[in-house]
Design a protein around this ligand. Structure first.
Ligand code: PBG
Length: 337
């Protein structure tokens, strides 16, 4: 990360960069970026039922799981060295406000209790905090009509979001990760967590989340596509970079402990700019579409899956991500063993 004065480097033939590439051990010695299973967070999808293991067609190797099979899956990942997980819920029923997200026996609440019971403090459980999986319209909050258009009502969504977070903290979440891109969400959540006795629970804010086509497979996995319109009135325009710094600055000011950039691969410049500007841990979300592209090309024999995956994840780390949410986590842990 330090800034070399490039003009002070002597020219060829004094400088021969290949000297440091000749021996594999020397290459390892001078390697600037590391990638280990401890840097990775595995996303998991939980739904009601028992013994459920429903394959997600666009995300090979990933399943919608019930609480019991989820416990097994976490055990397998843990044995490979993965210790952090982010949970997404597919509820029994959906309504206009996403009320099942707040229920004490909601699907994510049940999953948290089951995992806490099975693994105690040996795993880090992160919860995605949003309403798109729980609303019948598939938007990330409650709706209202303004100037003839239906849109997410920012300020009416905040107290519901705060309730969801408190409920997850009570059920055993270690880290609260709001992803709905509502203005003021971090402040609302921090205040509610503190008031409920969870001042020790950190917030990982999806601070710079773009309105991206790369979320396609996820919306099948979480059964959460918007039923009309898109998310452009709350998620960011992919053309904007400075705005990401503003979003991050606001979330930091509101009390975010860690911040996220999402997606990762088309936004490496944003990861880098955020990392250089803010003294907080930065997470990057290597999203479902990025994963699916690699899997699809590898299945056709067009790319070397292992090599390309490790190269992608290393590039995200090199850009400045301290941690990566990725569906490749189990594969990578196996390869690095
Ligand atoms: C939503 C949420 C989304 C993802 C994570 N949290 C979807 C969306 O905003 O439409 C996407 C993750 C992925 O594509 O892997 N609350």
């Amino acid at each position: 990360m330090s800034h070399t004065n490039v003009s002070s480097i002597p020219p060829f033939p004094v400088s021969r960069p290949r000297r440091l590439r000749a021996h594999p051990l020397l290459r390892e010695l001078v390697r600037e970026t590391t990638l280990t299973p401890r840097d990775l967070i595995l996303p998991l999808f939980v739904r009601p039922g028992r013994g459920v293991r429903r394959e997600i067609p666009s995300m090979p190797g990933h399943f919608q799981l019930s609480c019991d099979t989820l416990v097994d899956e976490v055990g397998i990942a843990r044995a490979l060295g993965i210790t952090a997980f982010i949970l997404f819920g597919i509820p029994e029923s959906k309504d206009a406000t996403g009320s099942s997200a707040l229920a004490e026996d909601g699907i994510v609440q049940q999953a948290l209790r089951a995992l806490r019971k099975a693994y105690s403090a040996d795993v880090l459980l992160i919860t995605d905090e949003c309403f798109c999986e729980y609303t019948d319209h598939g938007h990330c909050g409650v709706l209202h009509e303004r100037r003839g258009a239906i849109d997410v009502d920012n300020d009416a969504t905040l107290p519901l979001l705060a309730q969801q977070c408190v409920s997850h903290a009570r059920a055993g979440a270690d880290i609260i990760a709001p992803s709905g891109m509502m203005d003021g969400m971090v402040q609302a959540i921090r205040t509610a967590l503190d008031a409920a006795g969870f001042s020790h629970v950190p917030i990982l804010s999806y601070a710079a989340k773009y309105a991206s086509g790369f979320y396609g497979p996820f919306r099948d996995a979480a059964e959460s596509p918007p039923q009309f319109g898109d998310r452009s009135s709350y998620q960011m325009d992919p053309a904007n970079g400075d705005e990401a710094l503003k979003e991050v600055a606001l979330d930091v000011a509101e009390g975010a402990d860690m911040i996220m950039v999402k997606p990762a691969l088309s936004y490496l410049d944003i990861i880098r700019r955020v990392k250089e500007r803010f003294p907080l841990p930065v997470a990057a979300y290597n999203v479902s579409g990025e994963f699916a592209m690699v899997k699809a090309a590898a299945a056709r024999g067009w790319i070397d899956e292992r090599r390309v995956t490790l190269e992608i994840l290393t590039s995200i780390r090199r850009a400045g991500a301290d941690m990566i949410l990725t569906y490749h986590a189990k594969d990578v842990a196996q390869w690095l063993k």
